[in-house]
Design a protein around this ligand. Structure first.
Ligand SMILES: [Mn+2]
Length: 485
């Protein structure tokens, strides 16, 4: 949900190094160290795997088999780990793996890469169509950073038998590219970077492709997302279980926060209560920055400042979701800090609730992705007119200015092309009404912002509200607030 950070010089150097690995340009070619035989490295078995509920290596293997089946024999796919982002000085941002690599390997470390080739190549005497690269073990740096997976553990987690230290990446890739005509590549690490003084643009994608063309003039480079996104949009039973875990953790966070909220508390205190529950229950981090907006801030769609003190009588809108093993929830609840909605707050809340209920019901196989939005719009437009907030139903956009749904998964705004809904898809249904102060309506409506968001699994039968265990109707929300007093 955030814009990408501008890199520091050290960061750019890192990215250029990563890119050089990736593209195997002749100018950078160097002989790697001797081969590390992953299977022989029994001494690395002490790497602790604390979370046994990541997808199994069989699940990752199935996904890679699916990818290989979608590639023709003259093509290959190359995926790189996310780059490290520098925060300031010696401190980097918390590392988060790129979803495509995570999806196909389960490797959460930086410095990794995956090469898939339908036509096997010979690597150190072994014919293989899958090669994983990871950071090599390094005793002296592990004193500082803790144990690295190393090839042996990466092989165990991913189910890929051929795992090499990443110093071998561009040598192997360079050889492999001789035999293929189409390379499915992940997004380049960044789009354009700007030199701060002159503003000159340094476009990694353009330069990367130019480098590739120098070494491999015949090569066509295209997006891996064209193959991966249609797979990712349909969730497997293992993925649905992990999504449910992320959602259940989020439900606990919302419940505890709503119960603990009091007038005078700051938005950050509510966010802290929310994220404390996330972490306590095993979530690695929020799936996106927590949005806790009170009073006027309830009308700001992606409010992340979270510094204001909540005043009595106000609404609080919380859009917060935990991430668990890569999968994120996305849940929004709006509640009255006093424990009782004012008549105006209640009227708006009930309208959003009615729109959401109809939207959820529209998430059925064969119906269109946008069906939920159309239902929500019809109800909200008619309702705003009935309440005298708008005169013309077409003006609903003044107060409901976003879409109702997006796919949900490894990304909070997950991949997938909106079309016909199919069983196994998970999408949000999140209508809202936001009436900031100064709006062209009776001022009794001002500073009311309401969004209700749930995570819906499309099945062969009725839609399943995966976050439906959390209070949703106005009276259930009021009861939840009061239960904490
Ligand atoms: Mn959402």
């Amino acid at each position: 949900m955030h814009n990408q950070q501008i890199g520091t010089n050290a960061h750019r150097r890192f990215m250029r190094r990563g890119l050089a690995f990736a593209i195997g340009a002749a100018a950078f070619l160097a002989q790697g160290p001797p081969l590390l035989h992953a299977q022989a490295a029994g001494r690395y078995d002490h790497y602790d795997i604390h979370d046994p509920d990541f997808p199994s290596r069989q699940e990752y293997a199935r996904r890679r088999t699916d990818v290989l089946a979608r590639l023709d024999t003259s093509s290959a796919m190359l995926l790189l780990a996310a780059e490290v982002r520098n925060r300031s000085g010696d401190v980097d941002y918390q590392y988060r793996q790129r979803n495509s690599l995570l999806y196909l390997t389960g490797v959460t470390e930086e410095g990794a890469a995956l090469l898939l080739l339908p036509r096997p190549i010979r690597v150190d005497g072994v014919m293989t169509s899958q090669v994983l690269f990871v950071q090599p073990r390094n005793a002296s740096s592990e004193v500082w950073t803790g144990l690295l997976m190393g090839p042996a553990t990466a092989a165990k987690i991913s189910g890929i038998p051929v795992v090499l230290p990443n110093s071998r990446l561009h040598g192997v890739v360079d050889t492999a590219l001789q035999h293929i005509s189409t390379l499915y590549f992940d997004d380049w690490p960044h789009g354009a970077e700007h030199e701060p003084l002159t503003g000159a643009s340094f476009d990694l994608e353009r330069e990367g492709k130019a480098q590739l063309a120098r070494g491999h003039a015949h090569l066509r480079v295209t997006e891996a997302s064209g193959i991966l996104n249609p797979m990712r949009v349909i969730k497997s039973p293992v993925e649905i279980a992990l999504m449910q875990r992320a959602i259940d953790i989020s439900i606990e966070g919302h419940r505890a926060t709503i119960r603990s909220a009091r007038p005078g508390m700051h938005e950050y205190e509510l966010a802290a209560t929310m994220e404390y529950q996330f972490h306590r229950l095993g979530s690695e981090y929020p799936g996106y920055p927590s949005i806790v907006g009170s009073g006027p801030n309830s009308c700001i769609l992606h409010y992340e400042t979270n510094r204001r003190a909540v005043q009595d009588g106000e609404l609080v809108l919380m859009d917060c979701g935990a991430e668990y093993h890569g999968y994120t929830a996305d849940v929004t609840r709006t509640f009255p800090i006093s424990g009782t909605f004012s008549p105006e707050q209640r009227a708006i809340y009930d309208l959003v609730y009615e729109a959401q209920t109809a939207g959820i019901d529209a998430c059925r196989p064969g119906s269109d992705f946008h069906a939920a939005h159309r239902k929500a719009v019809d109800i909200i437009a008619a309702g705003l007119k009935r309440l005298g907030i708008i005169n013309d139903e077409r003006d609903y956009r003044k107060y409901f200015m976003h879409g109702t749904s997006h796919f949900l998964g490894l990304d909070v705004h997950d991949v997938g092309i909106p079309g016909e809904l199919q069983p196994g898809m998970i999408l949000t249904v999140e209508p809202g009404i936001y009436i900031p102060a100064g709006s062209d309506c009776d001022r009794k409506w001002w500073n009311i912002g309401v969004r209700i968001e749930d995570d819906i699994l499309v099945t062969r039968d009725a839609p399943v509200n995966l976050s439906g265990a959390l209070a949703r109707s106005a009276s259930d929300i009021e009861a939840l607030v009061r239960s904490g007093r």
